[in-house]
Design a protein around this ligand. Structure first.
Ligand SMILES: Cc1ncc(COP(=O)(O)O)c(C=O)c1O
Length: 453
């Protein structure tokens, strides 16, 4: 092994970064992903890369299970149990146990189900006394969230609050503790923020919610497969998250939903389809929920998408050291990216949005273009993508408070410790610096906004 040492003051070279890769125990995992040549993929927080096993596995499901097995495959290929089987693969990544998670639908739809369930609990349809929760004799009527939470979460909450006579209260991230009063019925948060990459203290906020008699729902879209999550230790009530981001399940992959065991036999979700029925093949006219998490299902599972997601999750089972090992590498990758970007790029007009403190950081890094570059973030990202460095752009929120970083446009870079290398971090910053010094981002082709940014 070549050891290339560097002092604290000397600049990191590509050779230094390659030496870090040579020492990286997770480096061999890269071979399990089909990242195209010439691409530095820093968008696994949006759509994870393709695992090499997935294409053949999906082809087998199409040709053999569907083509040959036909409808028999619901039994013979285990299709009918796939939501639970895939859920069991997710469980260890989020601090849940087998039998507590199912893969189904989208994150938006699963959030609709669990938020509805919590509103019924808060409204007194169920009395909850476990886990330090107060009984629901007194009506709590606020759903509390963060103003800059991912929009789909807020849209779903707006609809449900309007339907059920609750008020959606939105505050800044730093005001959440103060806003947790005994009028709050449900605290609904995204664990790692989609723009800033800032991570909430799930256990502390959940405890605070329970202390005021509220339930806690966590959206793990940017956490599952990216940072260690311990839902049971945090004593959360419900959780949802995406299968297509760090879990590498493919575009539009099924999402997941988890329910704490104290609610598992009593929660009522609104989308009472037959696959969540206690006996789908009894074909009775009346709905009766299946025991436990299975009642979170609604309709027929999308088997081809489920197959791809299962293949993505099987990669995690091979990681020595599990989520802790991935977290260790993720922090090293994001630390290095911040360090190199601040040495070589930020003087061109960027400021770091993501927290420097490890305990507050997910697995992405966002920089805002500022000053003369304030409006150029989109074009700069397009120029980077043209060089094969794929991150993404998120527009700022002009309605955010004057002192909020949410007002800024951002360049977002996601780091997937399963397949990103230290050399890629170095090369990405090298390209970014070249984009800025050459001014190539000013080309007309980079100014045209596509439908998806
Ligand atoms: C926090 C969060 N929740 C939900 C979603 C998307 O949900 P869906 O898969 O239903 O489109 C995203 C997508 O980026 C997200 O970042």
């Amino acid at each position: 092994m070549v050891l290339i040492l560097r002092t604290m003051t000397s600049a990191m070279t590509l050779d230094h970064a390659r030496a870090l890769d040579a020492q990286d125990p997770l480096a061999p995992m890269r071979a399990q992903f089909a990242v195209p040549d010439g691409v530095i993929y820093l968008d696994g927080n949006s759509l994870g890369a393709l695992p090499t096993a997935t294409a053949a596995r999906v082809a087998q499901a199409v040709q053999h299970e569907w083509g040959q097995g036909l409808i028999r495959s619901w039994n013979t290929a285990g299709w009918i149990a796939s939501p639970q089987r895939v859920g069991d693969l997710m469980a260890p990544l989020i601090g849940a146990q087998a039998g507590q998670v199912v893969a189904a639908d989208s994150t938006s739809i699963n959030l609709y189900k669990v938020l509805h369930a919590t509103l019924l609990i808060a409204g007194g349809a169920h009395s909850v006394r476990a886990g330090g929760l107060k009984s629901s004799e007194k009506r709590h009527n606020i759903v509390l969230s963060e103003r800059s939470n991912f929009p789909t979460d807020l849209y779903i909450a707006q609809s449900l609050c309007a339907q059920h006579g609750f008020t959606l209260k939105l505050v800044e991230g730093g005001e959440l503790e103060q806003a947790l009063t005994d009028e709050v019925a449900v605290l609904m948060l995204t664990h790692v923020h989609y723009r800033s990459g800032r991570m909430h203290d799930m256990a502390a906020l959940t405890a605070r919610a329970h202390a005021v008699g509220a339930l806690a729902i966590w959206d793990l879209a940017h956490s599952a497969g990216a940072v260690p999550v311990d839902l049971l230790a945090a004593d959360a009530d419900f959780a949802v998250g995406c299968g297509y981001k760090y879990l590498n399940g493919g575009p539009g992959a099924p999402a997941f939903v988890w329910v704490h065991p104290r609610h598992a036999q009593t929660f009522a979700q609104p989308l009472t389809g037959w696959i969540g029925h206690a006996q789908p093949f009894a074909f009775t006219p009346d709905y009766a929920p299946a025991p436990g998490i299975t009642r979170a299902l609604c309709g027929t599972p999308p088997i081809l998408a489920m197959t791809a997601l299962e293949s993505g999750l099987q990669v995690f089972a091979q990681v020595a050291g599990g989520m802790q090992a991935l977290r260790t590498k993720s922090l090293k990758l994001t630390d290095l990216f911040i360090e190199l970007a601040e040495q070589r790029v930020t003087a061109h007009g960027f400021t770091l949005i993501t927290p420097r403190e490890h305990g507050l950081r997910g697995s992405q890094v966002s920089f805002a273009p500022i000053g003369a570059r304030e409006k150029d973030g989109y074009a700069i990202m397009q120029a980077l993508i043209a060089r094969g460095v794929i991150g993404d752009f998120r527009a700022g929120d002009a309605n955010a408070p004057a002192d909020s970083t949410d007002r800024h446009d951002i360049l977002r870079f996601g780091f997937a410790p399963l397949y990103n290398s230290f050399a890629e971090v170095w090369q990405a910053v090298e390209h970014w610096q070249a984009v800025m010094t050459s001014g190539e981002w000013q080309r007309a082709e980079f100014q045209r906004k596509a439908a998806v940014t």
